[in-house]
Design a protein around this ligand. Structure first.
Ligand code: NAP
Length: 247
């Protein structure tokens, strides 16, 4: 598929895997990064004329405007809202600066990009928002993150309804535990044991599903969130523990 795709958080972790998958599929990628200038440089050198990397802090409204301005002449077949942040904070230390920043990057920026680029996006295009299984359930130390991802899944449904008449599909992907810098140091040891497939996700596991949602293989899928968690969220922890009892 020869398509122009915009992807945020394009140079690290899951976004990097999505970028490389789309490049391998023959797409032209417009990738956004915030601080990973070194990784951006390496990607540019490797893929040369098929990737354009643009620096923007998506927490800052004026930088979103500047980014949109840089893309003003680009016709897009797809947008992947992948950039995201998480703060782990105890309830006693809950602070609303972190709440505001988390919602700005994880929720407001994806919506703003889609709204401001709506005329750049071709009819028949596809949008993929990277949510999280955290958006399905209660959070302890990541209340803002879980709320942002739950809201992003709802926004995905609304935009599927609003943009559907233009043939534009809008879907989300909700990964479970993926081994990236975001989870390094915080991923519980039990994550593999509690996952039916007995491993954590790789960034490539997520990239494959994003590629499917951008492709014609998913032509009639819209408003959906596809969970990519190896079965983690279909397991009830108490039933699993019951099955582990001595008989
Ligand atoms: P990561 O390794 O921490 O990478 C985060 C990416 O987001 C980086 O590319 C970073 O850009 C970009 N970013 C962060 N803040 C930004 C800002 N203010 N402006 C622009 N870009 C910004 O995380 P990841 O694990 O790949 O996560 C990617 C997405 O998957 C996120 O939305 C995350 O919530 C979601 N997710 C991850 C997991 C998991 O287990 N890892 C699970 C479920 C969902 P720079 O490198 O340039 O700073």
């Amino acid at each position: 598929m020869s398509k122009n795709i915009l992807i945020t958080g394009a140079t690290r972790g899951i976004g990097r895997a999505i970028t490389e998958k789309l490049l391998a599929e023959g797409c032209t990628v417009y990738g956004v990064y915030k601080a990973s200038a070194e990784q951006a440089g390496k990607l540019s050198a490797k893929y040369d004329d098929r990737i354009t990397l643009l620096q923007a802090d998506l927490a800052k409204p004026e930088q979103i405007d500047q980014l949109v301005e840089k893309l003003s002449d680009v016709k897009l077949d797809g947008i992947v809202n992948n950039a995201g942040i998480v703060y782990l904070t105890k309830w006693e230390e809950f602070n609303f600066n972190e709440w505001d920043e988390t919602l700005a990057v994880n929720l407001t920026a994806p919506l703003k990009l889609i709204h401001k680029l709506r005329d750049n996006l071709k009819d028949g295009g596809s949008i993929v928002n990277i949510a999280s299984v955290d958006g399905y359930c209660a959070a302890f130390d990541t209340v803002a993150y879980a709320a942002s991802k739950a809201a992003l899944m709802n926004v995905t449904k609304s935009l599927a309804a609003i943009l559907g008449p233009r043939g534009i599909r809008v879907n989300a992907v909700a990964p479970g535990w993926v081994e990236t810098e975001m989870t390094a140091g915080t991923m519980p040891d039990e994550s593999k044991e509690l996952t039916p497939l007995r491993r954590n996700a790789t960034p490539q596991d997520v990239a494959g599903v994003v590629n499917f949602l951008l492709s014609n293989q998913s032509n009639f899928v819209s408003g959906e969130t596809i969970t990519v968690d190896g079965g983690l969220t279909v397991v009830d922890f108490t039933l699993y523990k019951e099955s582990q009892r001595e008989s």
